[in-house]
Design a protein around this ligand. Structure first.
Ligand SMILES: *Cc1c(COP(=O)(O)O)cnc(C)c1O
Length: 466
């Protein structure tokens, strides 16, 4: 049951919102003109807006609400912890039970030697930690010149200056003088857009080998680490060819550099295993976590370090880094309760064995639509490429994102939250979707795509770029 709190009429909320609230990744004038959609409640996989309309949350909030919305056990855990110990820090040789318990739990869940967690309030902060951490690691080993981090174009690692520099988003680099020095980018494994005449397997190898080439170019003695998402999320749910990760892992093994897996999205069940590193057989030295760690019930992120990395950092004196809210007691208690629900209710296994394969089967049917090129999926994250010409894998003549935005608007109008990245449509729903909700998602997605298609034809826009 949603708690029905009284609120102002929608138009008034929209006016106040535009007047006083600065939104992330938003054109403020466009927002003021159109008004934000105001979400007032959520339960399971359904959102409720200020007009009382229910919609299916195909994005799990922002890739985070893995266990679904509105679980009272999580609220109870937050409540109890706030009464017991609302805040204490973890600086200067202090600690508290929730952070200790969560750290032990994460060591249990994370694969291999990943056993030591440094906390942040989200994924961006955690990746900023990683930049300092890997450079400090090599300095502690007597190699301070090993400080370049190799990342990927169209990767996403967050929005702070450091994390946005690791990311390879052109639109972000275009503002504020990014990237910072000593971060370089190689190409992404997006076969649909960039594969040319290669088959996906060949292309995956070629893109992975860019890492070896870049290390050779820069000199192994200058490179600290490589960072990547097992599956790019914000870049458009780019599921890499099967050849890609084995080759990358082999390159990392062959060189003395650290591998950072940014599992902020892929962690905690998203790909059908607890971590994307398990899905792709990746052996990271550091893993970035956030989002699904708390299912968005509280802001918490972190970096899980391998035994080796932790040992080097621990024996190098003070690590002069930390956040006021590193290991915040309430957020740790919330994460613990979230992980209890996720594991006890076998949500990850259910995605792997039941609902994931079901969604995959249904998602593939979207490729039957004349405007859909590839339909890609891994576990509970998926994308379709919209195209005016499937055989040629052609982009639209309109500026990139025009068609995607039109489709996103049709999704919203049809009560499905699906995002667009350029002209790719993406989903990342809560892991609790039932078969009936999956059917609803596919039906609404098909309808939105079809309405977009009809609209483009009507407006003379169903044309490929020259
Ligand atoms: C969302 C995201 C981040 C940033 O996390 P915030 O909590 O928004 O700071 C980092 N990496 C990846 C892969 C993400 O998807």
């Amino acid at each position: 049951m949603n708690i029905r709190l009284n609120h102002l009429p929608t138009a008034e909320l929209q006016r106040l919102d535009a007047a006083y609230h600065m939104h992330p990744f938003t054109d403020g004038d466009a927002l003021a003109e159109r008004g934000a959609r105001i979400i007032t409640g959520a339960q399971g996989a359904m959102l409720t807006d200020s007009e009382g309309v229910q919609m299916l949350d195909g994005m799990a909030g922002l890739w985070c609400c893995n266990i679904g919305h509105g679980r009272h056990e999580v609220a109870d855990a937050a409540h109890a912890q706030m009464l017991q110990l609302s805040y204490y820090n973890t600086f200067f040789m202090t600690s508290h039970p929730p952070v200790i318990e969560l750290s032990e739990r994460l060591a249990e869940l994370a694969p291999g030697p990943l056993n030591h967690t440094f906390y942040a309030s989200g994924g961006s902060e955690a990746n900023d930690t990683n930049i300092r951490l890997v450079r400090h690691y090599w300095a502690a080993k007597g190699k301070p010149e090993k400080k370049i981090i190799i990342a990927r174009k169209n990767g996403y690692h967050g929005s702070t200056i450091g994390a946005a520099s690791l990311g390879g988003m052109q639109a972000m680099h275009a503002q504020g003088g990014l990237p910072i020095p000593d971060i370089v980018h190689i190409d992404q494994p997006d076969w649909w857009s960039e594969g040319g005449d290669m088959d996906p397997a060949e292309f995956g190898l070629a893109r992975a080998r860019q890492l070896a080439e870049k290390i050779a170019e820069l000199g192994e003695d200058k490179v600290a680490a490589f960072i990547a998402e097992p599956v790019q999320g914000a870049g458009g749910v780019i599921v890499p060819p099967d050849t890609y990760w084995p080759e990358l892992q082999a390159i990392c093994d062959a060189h003395d550099i650290l591998l950072i897996a940014d599992e902020v999205i892929t962690g905690f069940g998203r790909t059908g295993n607890m971590f994307g590193s398990e899905t792709y057989d990746i052996r990271p030295d550091i893993m970035t976590i956030a989002k699904g760690l708390s299912s968005g019930y509280a802001p918490i992120g972190g970096s899980i370090l391998s035994d080796d990395v932790a040992e080097v950092i621990n024996s190098a004196g003070d690590f002069n880094h930390g956040y006021t809210y590193s290991g915040h007691p309430m957020t740790c208690a919330v994460a613990l309760e979230n992980l209890r629900i996720l594991t006890e209710e076998k949500m990850v296994e259910n995605v792997r064995d039941n609902t994931g394969p079901y969604l995959a089967e249904k998602w593939a049917t979207l490729a039957d639509h004349p405007m859909v090129g590839e339909a890609k999926i891994k576990g509970f994250m998926a994308s379709v490429a919209l195209t005016p010409d499937k055989a040629a894998r052609a982009p639209f003549a309109s500026p990139k994102g025009t068609v995607g935005l039109r489709c996103r608007d049709r999704c919203f109008a049809g009560n499905l939250v699906m995002r667009h990245v350029g002209d790719r449509m993406i989903i990342s729903p809560p892991l609790i979707l039932t078969h009936a909700e999956i059917d609803m998602l596919i039906e609404r997605a098909w309808r939105a795509i079809d309405e977009t298609y009809e609209g483009l034809k009507r407006d003379g826009m169903f044309t490929a770029a020259a």
